[in-house]
Design a protein around this ligand. Structure first.
Ligand code: PGA
Length: 301
């Protein structure tokens, strides 16, 4: 069988993203190029690997076999490429970062200047909630993980690099908006809009209310910080979010931050890696860049 590395990379991206256009975007090639690579790979293997129904892409049995084989193999190969680049002392290669949902307000912002300084380093940034991210950490899928609460019971190295205050937001017209030093227990009578199960923000809030024995009345669950802000502005309830979600948007006049005792709740953003995983030059370069350029991540108002 004559299969090329390029075909395998293309197939892995289509199978992982379940999308030809997504794979084309990630690989910086056109969609017909992706289709051509997959077609030749299928011809070489002699069985269909993917089925497309409407816009959805499904893996056939042979496709699933190949996906698990080539994911492992490509990981090994990219480690090899990285080791060679490291041996040559070069700052080049691919850096795969998995980052929790809320970091989308600041993580992408640092990548532009970083890539400009290190043009040999390609970045793949995947954004997902904490639960998904922990799954990937367990499978050792990425080089670096960015999250708000380092996992307990997993062997990791976690280093804080940025403040992550949590604030309580309300519609600007809320009766508590003008109050000072509101006791947290008073919020036991309010209703809250909450992120989905598996969110790190939600986990922190639930722990806090449980520890303080305060009822947490969840009126609605929404899968995005943006949707929560809109619902709060619409008067559906209060929410507790990372302060970083309050930048860059034109909603300032509709929302207010409540002055509640113990808030902002100070937390940190952490860079996390599996303990003992060899530190490549690329990862080290990025970690050092984060440490030295925290000002690029500071909220803009
Ligand atoms: P989340 O994570 O975006 O999944 O809520 C944030 C955090 O871990 O603090």
């Amino acid at each position: 069988m004559r299969v090329t590395l390029r075909q395998l990379r293309t197939f892995e991206a289509v199978a992982r993203l379940k999308s030809f256009s997504g794979a084309a975007g990630e690989m910086h090639v056109s969609q017909p190029t992706v289709s051509k690579q997959i077609k030749s790979l299928q011809e070489e293997i002699g069985l269909p690997l993917l089925e497309q129904i409407g816009k959805k892409v499904f893996l056939t049995e042979a496709g699933q076999e190949l996906f698990s084989t080539c994911s492992d193999w490509l990981n090994t190969w990219s480690r090899f490429e990285q080791n060679i680049a490291d041996l040559k002392g070069m700052k080049q290669g691919t850096l795969r970062i998995a980052s929790v949902t809320t970091t989308k307000y600041f993580m992408p912002r640092i990548l532009g200047p970083f890539c400009a300084q290190y043009p040999g380093i390609d970045i793949i940034l995947e954004v997902m909630n904490r639960d998904r991210l922990l799954e990937r950490l367990g499978q050792n899928t990425d080089d670096l993980y960015i999250m708000g609460v380092p996992p307990e019971g997993m062997d990791v190295e976690a280093e804080p690099f940025l403040d992550n205050p949590l604030v309580i937001i309300a519609p600007a017209s809320h009766p508590l908006a003008k109050h000072k030093r509101i006791p947290l227990k008073k919020l036991g009578k309010e209703v809250f809009l909450m992120r989905e199960q598996g969110s790190g923000t939600r986990m922190t809030i639930e722990r806090l209310f449980t520890e303080r024995n305060i009822p947490l009345n969840i009126k609605m669950e929404l899968g995005s910080n943006e949707a929560i802000k809109q619902a709060v502005a619409g008067g559906l309830g209060l929410a507790i979010l990372s302060q970083s979600t309050l930048t860059l948007e034109p909603m300032k006049s509709e929302l207010t931050t409540l002055n509640v005792q113990g808030f902002p709740l100070m937390r940190a953003w952490y860079m996390v890696r599996p303990k003992g995983k060899p530190l490549s030059v690329v990862v080290e370069t990025f970690q050092q860049y984060l440490r030295e350029h925290v000002e690029l991540l500071a909220p803009r108002s």
